[in-house]
Design a protein around this ligand. Structure first.
Ligand SMILES: Nc1nc2c(c(=O)[nH]1)N[C@H]1C(S)=C(S)[C@@H](COP(=O)(O)O)O[C@H]1N2
Ligand SMILES: [Mo]
Length: 244
C-alpha cells in the first residue's frame, strides 16, 4: 500500500504545462530541437525564479531567499531510509515531557483542526522550493493536546529506522511548523516521506523529518541524525548555519 512513485513534473501538472509551453515557444522561435533545449531552458526559467525571489522580502522582514540558495520547482529526492509509507499502519506518538502522552492513527490526525498554508523550504545543498501549499496539523496543537511540561525546551522529530532531528521548542511550535500529509493538494510520494512528514520551514530542510513516527518533547537537547554528523544544531538558513 505504498503511495505511487511519481516523477516530480507529474506531481505538478500546472508547472508541467507551463514548462511545455515555454519550451515549445522558445524552441520553435529558435528552430531548434525541443529535446536539446529542454534542459537548458528549464534551468533558465529556474534562474528567473531565483532572481525574482532575491528581490522579495518576507512579512517578517527577512529576505525571501536565504543567502547561497537557488530556486527549483519541485522537491528533489534527497534519499533516506524509507518507512512503510502507508496510511493504514501509520501511528504518531506524541510523548516525552508531557502530562498526557497519546498516539494518533491517520484518521485521527485528519480529524484534528487542520492547517493549510504556503511555505518555503531550503535544503542545505543549496536548493529552495518556494510557495508550496502544505497541509497538516500544527505541532503547537499537538503540544497543547499533550500538555507539554514547563521544563521542556526541545522537540525531537522521530522517524522510521531511528532518524531523528532536534528543534528548539519555540521554533517547533511556531505557526509554520506542522505534521504534514499533503503538499500542493497531493499526498507525498514515498520518497518524500509518505504518509506524514514534519515541516519546519524556517530551518534547513533536514529538520523536516520524512516518514514521521513521533514527536517527543524533551528537557535536554538531543542532537539528531545529521546534527551528530557535522551539520549545525540550529540550522538557520538566513545565518547559513550549515555545518556545526
Ligand atoms: N526520515 C528522514 N527524514 C529526512 C531525511 C532522512 O534521511 N530521513 N533527510 C532529510 C534531508 S537531509 C532533507 S534535505 C530532506 C529532503 O526531503 P526530500 O527528499 O523530500 O526533498 O528530508 C530530510 N528528512
Ligand atoms: Mo539534506
Amino acid at each position: 500500500m505504498r503511495a505511487p512513485r511519481l516523477p516530480d513534473l507529474e506531481r505538478f501538472p500546472e508547472l508541467h504545462a507551463r514548462w511545455n509551453r515555454r519550451t515549445f515557444i522558445r524552441s520553435a522561435a529558435a528552430g531548434t530541437a525541443l529535446v536539446a533545449l529542454g534542459g537548458a531552458l528549464y534551468r533558465l526559467a529556474g534562474d528567473d525564479l531565483t532572481r525574482q525571489a532575491r528581490a522579495e522580502t518576507r512579512a517578517d522582514g527577512r529576505r525571501r531567499l536565504p543567502p547561497g540558495q537557488r530556486v527549483i520547482r519541485a522537491l528533489r529526492d534527497m534519499g533516506g531510509r524509507e518507512g512503510p509509507g502507508d496510511a493504514r499502519s501509520f501511528r504518531l506518538r506524541v510523548h516525552g515531557a508531557v502530562r498526557t502522552p497519546f498516539e494518533l492513527d491517520y484518521a485521527e490526525l485528519l480529524r484534528l483542526p487542520q492547517l493549510e498554508q504556503a511555505a518555503d523550504v531550503h535544503c542545505v545543498t543549496g536548493w529552495s522550493v518556494l510557495g508550496s501549499v502544505w497541509k497538516g496539523v500544527a505541532v503547537a496543537l499537538l503540544a497543547e493536546k499533550a500538555g507539554v511540561r514547563a521544563e521542556a525546551r526541545h522537540v525531537i522529530f522521530e522517524a522510521a529506522h531511528g532518524y531523528t532531528t532536534n528543534v528548539a521548542l519555540a521554533e517547533a511550535t511556531a505557526p509554520a511548523a506542522m505534521v504534514a500529509y499533503r503538499m500542493n493538494g497531493r499526498p507525498f510520494p514515498i520518497q518524500h516521506g509518505a504518509p506524514v512528514r514534519g515541516l519546519v520551514p524556517d530551518l534547513y530542510f533536514w529538520k523536516s523529518a520524512k516518514w514521521l513516527t513521533g514527536i517527543r518533547f524533551v528537557v535536554k537537547d538531543e542532537p539528531g541524525y545529521w546534527e551528530v554528523r557535522g551539520y549545525h544544531n540550529h540550522a538557520d538558513p538566513w545565518a547559513e548555519e550549515r555545518y556545526g
